[in-house]
Ligand binder design. Sequence first.
Ligand SMILES: [Zn+2]
Ligand SMILES: [Zn+2]
Length: 201
Amino acid sequence: MTEETPETEEQLAPYKIEEARSSRSRCRTCRRKIDKGKLRLGVLLEGPYGTGYLWHHLTCAAKRRADDVEAAYEERAWEPDLEVPPIEELRKLREKAEEAKKNKIDPPYAERAPSDRSKCKHCDEKIEKGAYRVVLLREIRFGNQVRGMPINVHPRCVAAELRAEDCLVELEGFEEAVRTNTPNFGDEDAVELFAQIGELE
Ligand SMILES: [Zn+2]
Ligand SMILES: [Zn+2]
């Protein structure tokens, strides 16, 4: 299960915080490599093939597995000479992560292009700075995995893009969804935007 378990099973505590001893372990939360020397949290897993730690970056665990982190701190699950961040710092990380999640808006929504560097993914032409653009979701596949990738589209290209096979935004209820997801748009913006989008049906 883990590459580095010199201990015998009886010695394994339910949690362990340590500096990664190599760069070979992978964080089970963010799926990225844990660099050697980075603080990691091990959560003991007893499985049919043996017992071992599943590792997480300590900071990733703080955001997504707060209960495990609290328990590990309660047990002081680290060597006495290891310097770990104060628990308050980790709790703050979690609060920030939750705040960010709350404020995240999901497509479809509209905005004004902050620069003229973005391109419409439907027609491949530039979107002018300050012009409206609509953010939709396009389906992309990695092997068996399906994910939605946010794409920028001209208002005039929305109708065609919504009909594309790999568009994950429904035509039905589109206008309402955009209004709900774009709360900072005033009525004037909305009227202008939907005039540019034109007939959808
Ligand atoms: Zn991570
Ligand atoms: Zn376009």
